[in-house]
Design a protein around this ligand. Structure first.
Ligand code: GDP
Ligand code: MN
Length: 384
């Protein structure tokens, strides 16, 4: 789960990382009011779950409240990487002397947290990482000791030549590490971590991603979820206990188990097709879950055929068959549906499908269900 910059800044502030004060606003009038309260030069920043806001015109300085309202009008009209801007952060502007990058994420290969820092921070850090990786200081954290003060000082000393800056940045890094552990972040990043004209180190941006698998024990983080950041369909899937990721292809997939769902997508690709989604209906099953899954898959207008690849274990094939029949009847679905149901109660499932007047193409093997799905998707594309 992604936090917005303003939420990340509040989190930083609560751990003692220096940030400049700010206010969230949703209209140019509110921006004006916020700028008046803050006083002096402010920066108006789009709050969307996308990086590169600066380059997209989503970060603008303003010298007075009227100007702040004016620049915010342009920002509210933006769509940044597909995200409409509904909120902006109005913050006191900093005078920047230098911009560094500080971040902690996971190195899955090393099975450790990795700290990455660079003196070449700012808006082009991805380019720095790609073209001049030697400008990035990398440090794998020993999970037994955690990040020590000595290490934090050593890392920061390699980024900031000035000792006072390095000391301040080391404190910031230790706090980032603390947040990472206490809030289960999979990514926590400050870009830029600046030195201002008075020699003070400040976090001017935040990017915080909470590991979704930790949300059970991070209940207060759940409250920070932005309802606008999920489509109606993604929310429906989450609330129903389905894992759904929309993709760009035309073969809809309804599968049980993440591994089988991945394998099904791989096989679609292997046979020259394009999966429209990843969808795992999970271990337990119920006709309602299948109904919701079909609704979600079909909300995507690119979908031309649906493939059911169910390996019945705890998931019962008859439940899935009932769900398919119910969905087709209720939803008046005329998309071609290919069904492979194998395992628990498969005979009963076959009977349910046969006895219904619902038109589905049966398949026995995984290869078959996928190949049929691709063929039917292609056919209905040509027909439409
Ligand atoms: P991003 O482009 O989405 O990463 O947004 P940032 O918050 O990092 O802002 C992009 C750039 O805008 C920064 O790298 C700074 O150069 C500039 N910027 C942001 N806030 C301020 C500020 O308070 N003062 C000044 N002078 N520049 C700022
Ligand atoms: Mn940034």
């Amino acid at each position: 789960m992604n936090l917005h910059e303003y939420q990340g800044r509040e989190l930083f502030a609560s751990y003692g990382i220096p940030v400049l004060s700010g206010r969230v606003a949703t209209t140019p009038e509110e921006v004006k009011e916020a700028a008046r309260e803050l006083g002096g030069t402010v920066v108006v920043k789009a709050q969307v779950h996308a990086g590169g806001r600066g380059k997209a015109g989503g970060v603008k300085l303003a010298d007075n409240p009227d100007q702040a309202a004016e620049v915010s009008k342009a920002i509210f009209r933006l769509k940044i990487k597909g995200w409409p801007v509904r909120k902006v952060l109005v913050a006191k502007a900093a005078e920047i002397a230098t911009e560094a990058y500080y971040g902690i994420t996971l190195d899955r290969a090393a099975r450790r947290h990795v700290i990455m820092c660079s003196a070449a921070g700012g808006i082009d850090i991805e380019e720095v990482a790609a073209k001049t990786p030697d400008k990035i200081v990398r440090h794998l954290v020993n999970p037994k000791t955690g990040l020590t003060r000595e290490e934090a000082l050593d890392i920061s000393g390699r980024v900031f030549p000035d000792e006072s800056h390095a000391k301040q940045a080391a404190e910031v890094l230790l706090k980032l590490w603390k947040i990472c552990g206490e809030k289960d972040t999979s990514l926590i990043e400050i870009n830029p971590l600046i030195v201002d004209d008075a020699g003070k180190v400040l976090a001017l941006d935040s990017k915080v991603v909470i590991d979704d698998n930790a949300l059970l024990r991070q209940a207060e983080m759940e409250g920070l979820r932005d309802p606008d950041s999920e489509s109606k369909w993604e929310r429906m899937a989450r609330e129903m206990g389905l894992s759904y990721v929309k993709l760009d292809g035309d073969v809809g997939c309804c599968v049980n188990g993440a591994g089988l769902a991945m394998a099904t997508m791989d096989l679609i690709k292997y046979y020259g097709g394009e999966p429209a989604n990843f969808l795992d209906i999970g271990g337990s099953s119920s006709p309602e879950k299948v109904l919701t899954a079909m609704k979600i898959i079909l909300a995507d207008k690119n979908v031309k055929a649906i493939v059911f690849n169910i390996f019945g274990g705890i998931t019962r094939c008859d439940d899935v068959a009932r769900g398919i029949v119910g969905a087709v009847k209720k939803g008046k679905i005329d998309h071609p549906i290919v069904v492979r149901l194998t395992g628990t109660n498969e005979e009963e499932a076959r009977k349910i499908l046969e006895e219904s007047d619902v038109d589905v193409v049966p398949a026995v093997t995984m290869d078959e269900v996928v190949q049929q799905g691709i063929r039917l998707a292609l056919q209905s594309k040509i027909a439409s």
